[in-house]
Write a protein that binds this ligand. Structure first.
Ligand SMILES: *[C@@H]1O[C@H](CO)[C@@H](O)[C@H](O)[C@H]1NC(C)=O
Length: 196
């Protein structure tokens, strides 16, 4: 009887041992990754909300002309959601985000110059830029955790500081395109999280 207990105990013990690598590495690892992706998703939702606020405040509400050729191209992305890979998506999100950051800083400088004509809420734009910086730092931390390779930093060639009316139009285009980016990024991160 004692032998039987011992055997079943050691059987149980070895089963537990066999599970141990799973319990210690994979499971917490996955939990961590789900948590990190949830945090990133929360950040893109927050960015989306702020961008929508800035759009609601905007003086004009028309279809945009595509003037800012330097903005990241976001074509045909929705269809590729199911084939996304974490290690490829994070670096792509980062370069697009960095490009938008440069555009928003450019817009902020232009708005200060045309303060009289700018209907932009500069405080809100400042909030948006600092939120972008926080999100960018989170993305870079996450890329390090998953060993994702960095893509070269974007160097968009921005037009010289625009005239007041051009600026109004450019800001509209920038907000609309960034809203699209945030929306896509949120969907992409949710899809990646669901695959873990
Ligand atoms: C994300 O946001 C939700 C809702 O606001 C919150 O309950 C959750 O704790 C947040 N998650 C992370 C990881 O920040």
């Amino acid at each position: 009887m004692k032998l039987l207990v011992d055997t079943s105990f050691s059987l149980l013990f070895s089963l537990l041992l066999a599970q141990l690598p799973l319990l210690t590495s994979t499971a917490p690892h996955n939990h961590r990754r789900v948590y990190d992706l949830e945090k990133l998703t929360n950040q893109t939702r927050h960015l989306l909300k702020l961008t929508q606020d800035l759009l609601v405040d905007h003086v004009i509400d028309t279809e945009i002309e595509h003037r800012l050729k330097s903005l990241p191209a976001m074509t045909n992305r929705a269809s590729d959601l199911s084939s996304l890979k974490l290690k490829e998506t994070l670096p792509q999100l980062l370069v697009d985000l960095q490009s938008f950051e440069l555009h928003f800083e450019w817009l902020s400088r232009a708005s200060r110059k045309h303060r009289h004509a700018a209907s932009l809420n500069l405080a809100k734009l400042g909030d948006l830029i600092s939120l972008i910086k926080t999100f960018s730092a989170s993305l870079q931390r996450q890329m390090l955790r998953v060993d994702a390779l960095r893509l070269p930093s974007p160097t968009p060639s921005l037009p010289p500081l625009p005239a007041a009316w051009d600026m109004v139009q450019s800001s509209l285009e920038l907000f609309q395109r960034f809203r699209l980016f945030c929306d896509w990024a949120t969907r992409a991160l949710l899809t990646l999280k669901s695959k873990i």
